[in-house]
Ligand binder design. Structure first.
Ligand code: PEP
Length: 254
């Protein structure tokens, strides 16, 4: 059976009360519907602790949207992986294209963050994907390969099961235009082959999520693809009904 993970990236949205209400609605839905797919939510930092309390006993996993690579120190405004573990985070999104673009995160920085997150018991959701220009210049596969090789440098084989990859074409994020089923199928098959080449059998079990304007209208055909193990979802994760409809499609695609 195909393993599925549906993860919501709330980005910089919601107030404290709104965030707690959304988390509660999702946890209640998961509690009553008992999906086989794994479900995770990644709220903004200030809401992590209260949501972690709220999720206590729920199957919904908690994730953060970023972290620093240092365990502690004089890095004003930053949050360390050990802090995230200490408030109950299981996942951390790393290498998101918004971090690469607006905060100038390089493959090297992302690799340091992945190694550090793993060391502190977090499971990185490692985002990769090409820009529109790169796709138009036929560089998609070269870009993805480089991002994976650099991002996963020096990862020990026993850490591989803790990594999740999210393939997110930059041009499809937040634009309302998802990649086509053929583009997603082709990219995910390429990523799977690459992971198997790099990590042998362990590469077969790494979850590969799709992200980029995934919603309840396109989820059915995208999540059915053989190498798609779920989704990293921005906009459509901000509404409980929309998010849980996507989980329902994940259930049908296992
Ligand atoms: C994302 O931020 O990872 C994402 C995929 O956003 P959206 O679903 O809004 O395109």
């Amino acid at each position: 059976m195909k393993q599925m993970l549906i993860a919501g990236n709330w980005k910089m949205h919601k107030t404290f009360t709104e965030a707690n209400n959304l988390a509660k609605q999702i946890a209640e839905w998961v509690g009553s519907n008992k999906p086989k797919s794994e479900v995770a939510i990644c709220p903004p930092f200030p809401f992590l602790y209260s949501i972690s309390q709220l999720l206590n006993g729920s199957k919904v996993k908690l994730g953060a949207q970023n972290c620093h690579y240092e365990p502690e120190g004089a890095f004003t405004g930053e949050v360390s992986p050990s802090m995230l573990s200490s408030v109950g985070c299981y996942y951390v999104i790393l290498g998101h294209s918004e971090r690469r673009t607006y905060f100038h995160e390089t493959d090297d920085i992302i690799n340091k963050k992945i190694l550090s997150a793993l060391q502190f018991g977090l499971n990185p959701i490692f985002c990769i994907g090409e820009t529109l220009t790169e796709r138009q210049n036929n560089q998609t596969f070269a870009v993805i390969e480089k991002q994976i090789q650099n991002g996963l440098k020096n990862i020990a084989l026993n850490q591989i099961p803790h990594i999740v990859i999210a393939y997110e074409p930059v041009w499809a994020i937040g634009t309302g235009i998802s990649a086509t089923v053929d583009q997603i199928d082709e990219a995910h098959k390429f990523i799977r082959n690459l992971l198997v080449n790099l990590f042998n059998e362990a590469g077969r079990d790494i979850l590969i999520l799709y992200g980029g304007s995934l919603n309840s209208t396109n989820a059915n055909e995208i999540l059915k693809l053989p190498e798609v193990n779920g989704g990293l979802i921005g906009k459509s994760s901000l509404d409980a009904l929309e998010f849980t409809s996507i989980i329902e499609f994940a259930e049908k695609s296992m």
